[in-house]
Design a protein around this ligand. Sequence first.
Ligand code: S3P
Length: 429
Amino acid sequence: MTRRVGEAREPLRGELTVPGDKSIGHRAVIFGAIAEGPTRVHNLSGGEDNRRTVEAFRSLGVPIRSEGGALWIEGRGFEGLKAPAATIDCGNSGTTMRLLSGVLAGRSFESRLDGDDSLRRRPMRRIIEPLALMGARIESRDGSGLAPLRIHGGALKAIDYRMPMASAQVKSSILLAGLQAEGVTTVTEPQLSRDHTELMIRGFGGEVSAEGTRVSVRGGQRLRGREVRVPGDISSAAFFLVAASIVPGSEIVIREVGINPTRAGVIEILERMGASIERLEPRVETGEAVADLRVRYRPLEGVDIGPEFSARTIDEYPVLAVAAAAARGTTAMRGVKELRYKESDRIAAMTEGLRRLGVEVEERDDGMVIQGRGRLRGAAVRSFGDHRVAMALAVAGLVCDGGAEIDDAGCVAISFPGFFELLDGLRSQ
Ligand code: S3P
């Protein structure tokens, strides 16, 4: 499906909510399934990725039903998981595949995980290696470290593991295996990645210790089911933070957005670029920081975004690249090679997209240098089937002379069904 986004001739106005946080949603389902007793999850995103995790646990024998707008999960502990009858299809979702591998590494049955073409290209050795050190046997396609994976789980022993990259998926996979291992498992990251798994372990009555970038968990703990309210996804809100910041005269409020500090780099960077973002009614819901965000148009300036931002901003670089293109001056993004291993190679995808829109972009191995030009040139652009690239380029369309046309735009449903309708709604107020 090709989608046209016309240039915005009027300011964006209105209030909106975005879907539940995708990362927290995956974890709410996983912890509900491995805990004992019922868990009720409110505001789970209707996106494709979270649905994959729900389906995966159904195929592992966990009763999960929707009722009254919430998801009910009847967890029976790790022991309650049963061998799946067929290969588990993780679709486009790296989080499903990597976190599920950590769960299955400790189960004494064989399971197979597969995904779509994008997921089959993404590196899995980063979880295979530590899980193998703990005692699991995981085979990848021809030993390439790529999916499909075949997991022979069983008794695990704790490890003290130093991760080569900052990655919440890898950290979480190891912690989920660690909860089933004998002894205390410790992971250390080069930079602190999102800590939703750590917060969720505590929320479900478990213990986890975290000191800087070092996290430890004891195996054999009992987790208890609970009620979880998933906050709005800051990674989805980011498209609107940028949209309202670059369309002159705009003012919008995004309700109930998760602003966990390990995720909120995008707000910090936009503020450094000159954006006006107010945090209204900051509060804590199910252990996660939440606020309403009011964004008003302000002209943006280019900035230097160093590697220290990478972990807490990782999914927002595509839309930040659009903010940079619409800003005045130069923006450099450095130390983000991880962007090349996402749903698409996001450095290559955004370089191509922005160049088509007339922006001067220098592509680097681990980042981009973008020359801001204010208004962009209308053109047809490619999403590469990547939901965040599609939505970032849609936001760019708002400031293109003549708008932009995004190919394969249906992929936004991976994380944000209804994105285009919500954007349209802000234009007609
Ligand atoms: C996620 C972690 C990040 C992020 C992804 C979701 C998670 O991936 O890009 O969208 O839920 O743990 P990495 O751990 O590979 O950096």
